[in-house]
Ligand binder design. Structure first.
Ligand SMILES: NC(=O)c1ccc[n+]([C@@H]2O[C@H](COP(=O)([O-])OP(=O)(O)OC[C@H]3O[C@@H](n4cnc5c(N)ncnc54)[C@H](OP(=O)(O)O)[C@@H]3O)[C@@H](O)[C@H]2O)c1
Length: 280
């Protein structure tokens, strides 16, 4: 089996590497080093956000790598304080300036914030449609959108989101939001894919890892891949950055995929998108 990262086709015809590298909680001063390591070992998809404060480091690492820009898929996200259309336009300009790598591959609304902005994420989405139309991002999508938020966009939007980036891992399989995305042709990006490490000591995961001769993190990441979701585990530890990409030369049985899915406890590691309202 070739140890290569599959490319998935988004609903707008562009392609995305199914595995990438996430930089949430990577301190700005460590971002150049971590992303450089990730690119060195073969990651070609990076997931950042204005909220993470490290877009400059991500851009610096891309430029320093010498890799052709079109070989790296880059995602960023609109921060919560900038949903008003003019604020969103300025925030997007800042993201492009901080990354300084030309057009983006994917830009997302980071959180729907249904309790803010009079519950209006539709006018924010229409501004992202402008960014796609003017070519400054190839694709646009959403993050943390619940089924009713997707239904609202379906009714009001001109462009269907390419992805919905939501919390998914064995302790929180998030099936309702996952299925609401997939049935609309929206691919699922699973954030906190290893639940920030919490699922790695689970006896069922440890046992499957022992059986297939892999680490618990590799088994859980492989579980996401076999379910068709996109993942971008975060690590600042060089050995883990390498470990997390080495998951394309083995498979899990259908029974093991089902057993890991059965660990669901509806236990989030992050906030609930229906009530999350932090700005700043
Ligand atoms: N859209 C959203 O609202 C949202 C929310 C959260 C995350 N995300 C995205 O999803 C990405 C991943 O999620 P995440 O960063 O929350 O969590 P995660 O990738 O599930 O877990 C990261 C944590 O696990 C540790 N770790 C990584 N690989 C490991 C391994 N092989 N063995 C043991 N421990 C390991 C890391 O430690 P070290 O770094 O110390 O090695 C870090 O503490 C983020 O970076 C971000 O891009 C998006």
């Amino acid at each position: 089996m070739a140890n290569t990262i599959p490319a998935l086709t988004l609903n707008d015809g562009t392609t995305i590497p199914q595995l990438g590298f996430g930089v949430f909680q990577v301190p700005p001063e460590d971002t150049l080093e971590a992303v450089t390591k990730a690119l060195d070992v073969g990651y070609r998809h990076l997931d950042t956000a204005e909220m993470y404060g490290n877009e400059k480091g991500v851009g610096e690492a891309i430029r320093a790598s010498g890799l052709p820009r079109d070989e790296i898929f880059v995602t960023s996200k609109l921060n919560n304080g900038f949903h008003e259309p003019d604020d969103a336009r300025k925030a997007f300009d800042r993201t492009l300036a901080d990354l300084d790598i030309g057009p983006l591959d994917l830009f997302l609304i980071h959180w729907p914030l249904p309790t803010r902005y009079d519950g209006d994420y539709v006018s924010t989405w229409k501004v992202l449609e402008e960014f796609k139309a003017d070519g400054r991002t190839r694709s646009i999508g959403v993050s943390n959108f619940q089924p009713d938020h997707l239904a609202m966009l379906e009714k009001e939007a001109g462009v269907t989101p390419a992805v919905n980036q939501i919390e998914v891992h064995p302790y929180f399989t998030n099936e309702a939001a996952r299925q609401a995305s997939l049935e609309r042709g929206i691919l699922v990006e699973a954030w906190s894919p290893i639940a920030q490490g919490e699922v790695l000591d689970d006896p069922a995961v440890v046992e499957i890892a022992r059986k297939v001769g892999r680490t618990p993190a590799q088994v859980v990441l492989r579980w996401h891949i076999e379910r068709g979701d996109i993942v971008f585990p975060k690590s600042v530890t060089p050995s883990r950055i390498k470990e997390n990409i080495d998951i394309f030369d083995f498979e899990l049985s259908a029974e093991d995929v089902a057993a890991i899915g059965a660990l669901n406890r509806n236990q989030r590691t992050g906030p609930d998108p229906d009530t999350f309202d932090a700005i700043g």
